[in-house]
Design a protein around this ligand. Structure first.
Ligand SMILES: [Zn+2]
Ligand SMILES: [Zn+2]
Length: 113
């Protein structure tokens, strides 16, 4: 299999000038691009880079969203804790007479006087 017997995959009328090491197909000069010292075809040059980049961006976004969710959860827990504490303080502030309903009796008693 000699190189000049091969034709460009994308241009059947042109002789192949290089073989893409990634996919093993033959391409003319116009269809290959040098990338990190290797001649790669356009199809092999783009996909591995683009999805990786998109994936990296997506994973960063996902991590950010997870962090935001964690912060929101912590904030809501803190808020809930604060409310419970406040509620506890309020309940503690209520006089014991209120719970055994003697508070009303004294109120009525006071009103009757
Ligand atoms: Zn290729
Ligand atoms: Zn070509």
């Amino acid at each position: 299999m000699t190189l000049h017997r091969q034709r460009c995959v994308r241009h059947p009328d042109r002789e192949a000038a290089a073989r893409c090491p990634a996919c093993g197909r033959f391409f003319c000069r116009e269809c290959v691009t040098e990338h990190e010292g290797r001649l790669l075809c356009a199809a092999c040059l783009r996909p591995p880079d683009a999805p990786a980049d998109a994936q990296r961006r997506a994973s960063v976004l996902k991590r950010l969203q997870a962090a935001a969710r964690a912060v929101a959860l912590a904030a809501s827990l803190l808020l809930l804790w604060g409310f419970y504490t406040l509620f506890g303080i309020l309940l503690n502030a209520v006089p014991h007479r209120f719970h055994d309903s003697t508070a009303f009796e004294t109120l009525w008693a006071d009103g009757a006087e």
